[in-house]
Design a protein around this ligand. Structure first.
Ligand code: F0G
Length: 459
C-alpha cells in the first residue's frame, strides 16, 4: 500500500467565521489604544489569534448536536450524569465536581487544602494555578527537571518532575505542610512539554513515601498521552484512552479546564477520591459556582464536554493535532528562529530572550516580540516570561526563568495556509529583531498583572 506523508486535517469545515483583514496603520493605533497589552485588543482587530488554545477551538457537528440535548434542570440533570460518565470513563475518580473553568476548580481546591505556611510543589504552576495557591497565603514551588528550563534541550519529556527537588521541597517544608503534590500535563509554562508515565509513577512513589496525595492539572491530558504513545518505550501499541486511564490511576485527584482537551468553549471540573475533601469542595462550589450537578455550567455545556472527551482521544485527531503544531515549529526552526524544542503539543514558544538579546529581561523582550508580530502581521501571541511571572507577592521583580512568546494553536480552527502566513510573518519580524525596543510599565494590578497591565515602549 502507498503511504502518503501529508497528514491532513481529519475533518471538513461545516461553518465558517470571517477574518477581518486589518492594515498595519490600524494595528499600530489599536495597540496604542490597548496600552501595548494584547489582551486589551478587540478580537476583530486580530487576523490570526494565537493568544490561547483555551476555549477557542471549533466544536464538532456532534458536539453542536449534543448542545441541543442539554437538560437545564437545576438539580440532577441527566446532562450531568452523562458528563460524569464521560469523565469517569477516562479518570476513575469517585467524585466529579463540575466548574465553569479550570481556575474555578483550582480556587476551590486550594481554598480547601492550602493556606498560610503550606507549600504546593508542581512541575510548573501555570499563572492562574500559582495565583490561586498564593492567594491562600501558600507558597507555589516549581520542580521541573533542569532540562525543562533550557529551551534548546531535546529531552523527550521536558515536563517531567525533578524527583530529587520534589523530595527536597517536601522535606524542607515538612510533609505536614504539603497538602498535595501537583503535576501539570502537559507542562504549559515550560513549553507544552509532556510528562512520561515513568516519571508519573516515580512521583507517585515519592508521594506514597511521604503519605501525600497527587493531583493532576490535566488540561492537556490527551496531548500528553499522545506524546507518551509516540515517545515512551513500550507505549506505541496502546490505545490513547488506556494511557490516559493509567495516568489517572496514578493520581488521587485532578483539576481540569475543558476549554483545552475537553474540546469545549467553556467548562472544567475538579475530581478526587477523598470523601472529606470532596464534601468541603462541594460546599464551596455551592457558594461560588452553583449546585454540584452543574457547577457554573449550563446542561448543554456538560453535554458538549462529554462528547468532546470522546473525540479528543481519537488517534486520528491527536496525530493531526500534534503534527500541525510541529508543522509551525519545524518551519521556524528551519528559518533559524530560536524556539523551545522539542515542539510542544498546543503551542510553539519562541525564545524571545535569545532572539532579542539586546533587550534585558526587565524590559520584557517577550512583549517586544509579541507586539511586533501583531503590528506586522496581525498575529496575536502571548508573552510567557517576565511580564507574566516577574512580579512576586512581596512586591519585588526579577527576571522569569525564560522570556517566551507563545503561539498557541486553537483546536481544529486554522488551516495549513493560515500557518504558512504565520511562518512568513514571524520570519520577517525575526529579520528585523535588532530594531525592536523594550517596554516599561505604566500601571499594573497586584496579581496576574499581564492581563491588565499598561505599558509604554522605551525610546
Ligand atoms: N492549568 C493550566 C496548565 C492552564 O494552561 C490553564 C489555562 C489553567 C490551568 C486554567 O484553566 O483558563 O479554564 O481557568 N490556560 C490558558 C492558557 C488560559 O492560555 O494557557 P482556565
Amino acid at each position: 500500500m502507498q503511504h502518503f506523508k501529508t497528514i491532513i486535517e481529519p475533518f471538513r469545515i461545516h461553518a465558517v467565521e470571517p477574518i477581518t483583514m486589518t492594515t498595519r496603520e490600524a494595528r499600530v493605533r489599536a495597540l496604542e489604544d490597548a496600552g501595548y497589552n494584547l489582551f486589551g485588543l478587540p478580537a476583530e482587530d486580530v487576523i490570526i489569534d494565537l493568544l490561547t488554545d483555551s476555549g477557542t477551538g471549533a466544536m464538532s457537528r456532534d458536539q453542536w448536536a449534543a448542545i441541543q440535548h442539554g437538560d437545564e434542570s437545576y438539580a440532577g440533570s441527566p446532562s450531568f450524569t452523562l458528563f460524569r460518565k464521560a469523565v469517569q470513563d477516562l479518570f476513575h475518580f469517585k467524585h466529579v465536581i463540575p466548574t465553569h473553568q479550570g481556575r474555578a476548580a483550582e480556587k476551590i481546591l486550594f481554598a480547601t487544602v492550602a493556606g498560610p505556611g503550606k507549600v504546593i510543589p508542581n512541575n510548573t504552576h501555570f499563572d492562574t494555578t500559582r495565583a490561586n495557591v498564593e492567594f491562600t497565603g501558600a507558597t507555589a514551588v516549581d520542580v521541573v527537571i533542569p532540562e525543562g528550563r533550557i529551551p534548546s534541550n531535546l529531552h523527550p519529556f521536558k515536563g517531567n518532575v525533578d524527583l530529587a527537588a520534589l523530595e527536597r521541597v517536601i522535606t524542607e517544608a515538612g510533609p505536614e505542610n504539603v497538602p498535595l503534590v501537583m503535576v501539570t500535563v502537559t507542562n504549559n509554562s515550560g513549553g507544552g512539554q509532556p510528562v512520561s508515565l515513568e516519571n508519573l509513577r516515580a512521583v507517585r512513589a515519592v508521594c506514597d513515601r511521604f503519605g501525600l496525595p497527587l493531583y493532576l492539572d490535566a488540561c492537556r491530558f490527551a496531548e500528553n498521552a499522545w506524546f507518551i504513545h509516540e515517545r515512551e518505550p513500550g507505549q506505541a501499541g496502546r490505545p490513547v484512552r488506556e494511557i490516559v486511564r493509567e495516568m489517572a490511576s496514578l493520581a488521587d485527584g485532578m483539576t481540569m479546564s475543558a476549554k483545552k482537551d475537553g474540546l469545549a468553549n467553556i467548562g472544567g471540573w475538579l475530581a478526587m477520591h477523598d470523601d472529606a475533601v470532596a464534601a468541603r469542595c462541594r460546599n464551596l462550589l455551592i457558594l461560588t459556582e452553583g449546585f454540584p450537578t452543574y457547577g457554573g455550567l449550563a446542561g448543554r455545556d456538560l453535554e458538549a464536554i462529554a462528547q468532546g472527551l470522546v473525540e479528543v482521544v481519537d488517534p486520528d485527531y491527536l496525530r493531526y493535532r500534534i503534527r500541525s503544531t510541529a508543522y509551525l515549529g519545524d518551519a521556524l526552526v528551519r528559518a533559524g528562529i530560536p524556539v523551545v524544542r522539542p515542539i510542544g503539543g498546543h503551542a510553539v514558544y519562541i525564545d524571545a530572550r535569545a532572539l532579542l538579546a539586546h533587550i534585558p529581561p526587565l524590559q520584557y523582550p517577550g512583549q517586544a516580540l509579541a507586539t511586533a508580530l501583531y503590528v506586522e502581521g496581525g498575529i496575536r501571541g502571548c508573552e510567557i516570561g517576565t511580564l507574566m511571572f516577574g512580579r512576586h507577592p512581596d512586591g519585588t521583580e526579577t527576571p522569569a526563568a525564560m522570556d517566551l512568546v507563545r503561539l498557541a494553536i486553537p483546536r481544529r480552527t486554522y488551516t495549513q495556509s493560515h500557518m504558512d502566513y504565520v511562518i512568513e510573518v514571524v520570519t520577517y519580524v525575526a529579520s528585523q529583531a535588532a530594531a525592536l525596543r523594550g517596554f516599561e510599565i505604566l500601571d499594573e494590578p497586584p496579581q496576574l498583572r499581564h492581563f491588565t497591565v499598561r505599558l509604554r515602549p522605551l525610546a
